[in-house]
Design a protein around this ligand. Sequence first.
Ligand code: NAD
Ligand code: UDP
Length: 323
Amino acid sequence: MISRILVTGGAGFLGSYLCERLVSMGHDVICLDNFFTSQKSNVTHLLSEPNFELIRHDVTLPIFLEVDQIYNLACPAAPGHYQFNPIKTIKTSVLGSINMLGVAKRCGARILQASTSEIYGDPEVHPQVESYRGSVNPLGIRACYDEGKRVAETLFMDYHRSNHVDVRIVRIFNTYGPRMHPYDGRVVSNFIRQALADEEITIFGDGSQTRSFCYRDDLVNAIIAMMNNEQRFIGPVNIGNPVEFTIRELAEQVIELAGSKSQLVFRPLPDDDPTRRRPDITLAKKELGWEPKIPLRDGLKQTIDWFKSINLSDYRPPTPNYS
Ligand code: NAD
Ligand code: UDP
């Protein structure tokens, strides 16, 4: 069945690929974005499609639309981006969720929240299971993002309990792939950009901290499956790749795959940087029949090829985490 689907943050890294997939499935897709961390070029190839529409709008302001499903992805996701204007970041999660939940309530639409592994903070439980309540520093520099996303989850559950809004919550772990903003300061984009230019690879701390990297296509498959599951399974559910790497191992793989001459350099670890992160995806396997298929090596090759194909001067200037 064809649905009218709103994707907030639809011009971003994940949102633009999600729009592409939904358009190819024949749905009527409205992409809403204020282009804070993205640019129109991520979706210009969709503008000629009759079932695609682009709206420049900020989710912190109300909007009236008639839709059947909403994917709420609007929010800066990279530390350098979300720390640039922390008050705006928390407004985006909180006011943006209230506005989009309002649209869902009025239209009777199903709404999915792109939550994050950051709601676990610097986790004492490893790997992270959905029942773990997390260890977030509410006063720290990551709190604008982490606490904003935690409040968003609370709002989703309260609209569900109080107003019967049909909600879905996915907790996304580090995801990478083509169309990441090359200057977003995230580890994969920094390392690939640095490796391709034979520049020093900046490891924050000693590189022993871990992350688990999920390829974009695997992630988008999971969120589409979560939106459309009719089992009344609302989540929250972890979505990520459970294979864990140290940041140093990631750097070494990127250097090898890019055929780079880059050397490693060590820089101070940012405050509150989580020491380890790996999703337990038992719930996603059981409820959605989903698990990631693309190993890091294959995904990195695709991402490196994409970085080789772009012109860096088409992207906006460096963010604070850029080096
Ligand atoms: P992204 O920065 O590329 O995309 C976010 C999009 O939201 C951008 O296009 C940006 O311009 C838009 N946006 C930001 N503030 C807005 C506002 N106030 N109004 C309208 N649009 C706004 O990041 P991404 O990696 O594609 O992340 C998408 C979503 O997934 C985010 O909500 C993020 O928190 C979540 N997530 C991503 C990851 C990841 O590793 N990529 C991990 C966890 C959660
Ligand atoms: N990191 C790094 N060098 C960089 C960028 C990031 O060593 O140039 C580290 C960062 O300190 C963190 C990990 O890589 O430990 C992942 O950082 P990212 O910003 O991609 O995402 P996070 O998972 O921290 O939100």
